[in-house]
Design a binder for this molecule. Structure first.
Ligand code: FUL
Length: 487
């Protein structure tokens, strides 16, 4: 009998599998620690508001001693909807409010304290600012977060174990009664002199052991599992290491960590993160729009200018961080007009800049591509699709040519975070009048890297990774034209 090696059907199957084999993406393993789903969702927010408004607003202080009287809290025209509207129009994605600062005064009628709005003249003691603001945020489609100071200069038990139960009871109230919370903010400043129920003394605590942070963190997880927790070293997001609005040129999201507590003294080593860190804990850049965190009338003309705010934006959001911009609400209970003007100017600047991505639909080529991935994923404005270089390509390069030369000044690139942070160094060039010019050499990328350059007519760009932990995985790339900052 004659043997028939290839039946027509078998040939067809073979052909189909050869063709489809090329489009099945090669499996990819993450490198190092990676963000969890809540950190990933947080990462996309990028820009949101801090509001410092509390007893200090009325005493014209930054750190109240704790001996203030609830009667002093008396805003004349408090309107949390105005705060939310301002934040929304500014392009911010949420608001974090100082529910209790170091002086211990509570913006909600806590069952566990008399030192709260319930004993103030505001709304005859019937008000609940946390409720009002959480509702305003919901109405304006903003996320809502709370700052609860671990230090309490008013409470008689501060420094004793009893205070920790009080602190957790308060946290439970905040995380139970006001809907979904996106971020819980624990300040590192704690321990020192204070009123402490009339003791008027110095109380130092062991920041690491006194608060028993693991139990408190567990409580947050139980009540608001989607919330990210901020402190100097996380657990979920970490301090950028300064209050000026500037992240490090090198910013690794991974850090080495063997413990977590608010007020860790060695936070400086976390500012840049560590290439081979063990935990994914990205930075958050907190900065006030005025010199103070709280409102002081004498600072009315010191609201940061548009160009300063733009600089801060590029050096936080554009350096693998998120921008938590503080608005000191005034004694009326409103975001001051001077803030509103500059916030709106920033919103217009950002909208004008980023609404048109000149890289879309342009010709793009790369030095290599892992089988099954498409370079066009870089210019599809979709965070969930990504391009992968080949392992053997140690210096992957992306080159983009514009159909016609354009006057541009801004470049953007994003790593695909679910696969970990990989890039260690890169260089960026532009093609102008037929010549390649090196514009910038940098280190890490992470969630987003923004590069500004002098406005010039360019024909294309080249982005080269000069070292990486493994093959690189990018989700998006952009070319933009920012308006001139003539101030
Ligand atoms: C610091 C605090 O001591 C300031 O008063 C402010 O709340 C700032 C955001 O964090 O550590």
């Amino acid at each position: 009998m004659k043997k028939q090696f290839f039946k027509p059907f078998t040939v067809l199957i073979l052909l189909i599998s050869i063709v489809s084999c090329n489009s099945i993406p090669e499996p990819l393993e993450p490198v190092g620690p990676i963000p969890n789903e809540h950190q990933l969702a947080w990462q996309e927010l990028e820009y949101y508001a801090f509001i410092h408004f509390n007893m200090n607003t009325f005493t014209n202080m930054e750190w109240g001693y704790g001996d203030e009287k609830p009667v002093q809290f008396n805003p004349t025209a408090l309107d949390t909807r105005q705060w939310a509207r301002v934040a929304k129009e500014a392009g911010m994605k949420g608001i974090i409010i100082t529910a209790k600062h170091h002086d211990g005064f509570c913006l909600w009628p806590s069952e566990f304290s008399e030192h709260s709005v319930k004993n103030s003249p505001w709304q005859n003691g019937e008000g609940d600012l946390i409720r009002d603001l959480s509702e305003a945020c919901k109405e304006f489609g903003l996320k809502f977060g709370v700052y609860l100071s671990p230090w309490d200069r008013n409470h008689p038990d501060y420094g004793k174990p009893e205070y920790i139960s009080y602190f957790r009871n308060q946290l439970r109230e905040l995380l139970t009664n006001y809907g979904e919370i996106f971020e819980v903010w624990f300040d590192g400043a704690n321990g020192g002199d204070g009123y402490y129920g009339g003791a008027n003394e110095e109380r130092r605590v062991d920041k690491k052991s006194y608060y028993d942070w693991p139990t408190t963190i567990k409580l947050v997880r139980e009540l608001q599992p989607q919330a990210v927790i901020f402190s100097d070293a996380g657990p979920d997001i970490r301090w950028v290491g300064n209050e000026k609005g500037y992240a490090n040129e090198t910013t690794w999201s991974p850090i080495y960590r063997d413990s977590v507590y608010a007020g860790m003294p060695d936070f400086q080593r976390f500012a840049a993160g560590q290439e081979n860190g063990t935990h994914w804990v990205p930075t958050e850049t907190d900065v006030s729009i005025r010199p103070g965190w709280y409102y002081h009338p004498e600072q009315d003309d010191q609201v940061k200018s548009l160009s300063k705010l733009v600089d801060i934006y590029y050096n936080s959001v554009g350096l693998n961080s998120s921008l938590l911009l503080n608005l000191p609400v005034d004694t009326r209970g409103l975001v001051h007009e001077n803030e509103v003007a500059n916030l709106n100017a920033l919103a217009t600047f950002l909208k004008t800049t980023f609404s048109k991505n000149y890289a879309l639909k342009q010709q793009i080529k790369t030095s290599s591509t892992t089988k099954g991935y498409d370079v066009n994923a870089l210019i599809d404005n979709d965070l969930d699709t990504y391009w992968v270089s080949e392992t053997k390509d140690e210096k992957p390069t992306i080159e983009l040519r514009l159909q016609s030369a354009e006057e541009l000044n801004t470049f953007m690139i994003q790593e695909y975070l679910p696969m970990g942070q990989r890039v260690k160094s890169f260089s960026f060039e532009v093609l102008a009048e037929g010549e390649w010019k090196k514009i910038y050499e940098g280190s890490t990328i992470g969630n987003k890297r923004l590069i500004r350059f002098e406005t010039q007519k360019i024909e294309g760009i080249r982005f080269s990774v000069t070292s990486a932990k493994d093959r690189v995985v990018f989700s998006n790339m952009g070319l933009f034209k920012a308006p001139d900052l003539n101030e």
